[in-house]
Write a protein that binds this ligand. Structure first.
Ligand SMILES: Nc1ncnc2c1ncn2[C@@H]1O[C@H](COP(=O)(O)OP(=O)(O)OP(=O)(O)O)[C@@H](O)[C@H]1O
Ligand SMILES: [Mg+2]
Length: 172
């Protein structure tokens, strides 16, 4: 796949939340998203804003101890928010009795710890600290993810973005 990444600068937590909302506004009907980044990089901030933008009301807790939280989505389907930091082995996911029937959105923190036990992903978001803020690098992992990033670039007008649209065409 010709993976074209999109990058954006997130000067504060509100910018991370706006990226989450923009991802929600542009996501395909079915999406599996890997949220990479060190402790405190902003993965939960992004996931919370995303679920909120999809209309989830009430508390959106970080699944640090529960490993997974389930959210029925007002538009139909179900969102799963996972944080696999505390699992020792991807096989533990099977023992979780993960109720993924009808799941339309997977937001997975520390996905590297669940390798082999997660469905094929559409998008990877890498969050890293930059100064007082963060930087996000988004990579498509499926054909659906590629089209998604192109839509997303158009949604992020108010954030500094380097994205698929601006990549110079190669020679020829
Ligand atoms: N762009 C940003 N600039 C500055 N601070 C941010 C930004 N995005 C999020 N934060 C802040 O970083 C802190 C940690 O965020 P968060 O809990 O979302 O991280 P995390 O990646 O989920 O961490 P963990 O791996 O521990 O689950 C929060 O206080 C949040 O407000
Ligand atoms: Mg978190």
């Amino acid at each position: 796949m010709t993976a074209t990444s999109l990058e954006c600068v997130l000067p504060d937590a509100d910018a991370t939340a706006r990226l989450g909302a923009a991802l929600a506004a542009t996501q395909p009907a079915q999406a599996v998203v890997l949220l990479h980044g060190d402790l405190g990089a902003g993965k939960s901030t992004l996931a919370r804003a995303w679920l909120r933008a999809l209309g989830v009301e009430g508390a959106i807790r970080s699944p640090t101890y529960t490993l997974v939280e389930h959210y029925p989505l007002p538009a139909g389907g179900k969102g799963l928010h996972l944080d696999l930091y505390r699992i020792g082995d991807a096989r533990e996911l099977d023992f979780l009795g993960l109720d993924d029937a009808g799941a339309t959105l997977w937001l997975v923190e520390w996905p590297e710890r669940g390798r082999g036990a997660l469905p094929p992903a559409d998008l990877e978001v890498r969050l890293g600290v930059e100064g007082d803020g963060r930087r996000a690098v988004l990579m498509p992992l499926s054909v659906s993810g590629e089209a998604w990033l192109a839509r997303l670039a158009g949604e992020l007008r108010d954030l500094p973005v380097w994205g698929p649209e601006e990549v110079a065409p190669g020679p020829g």
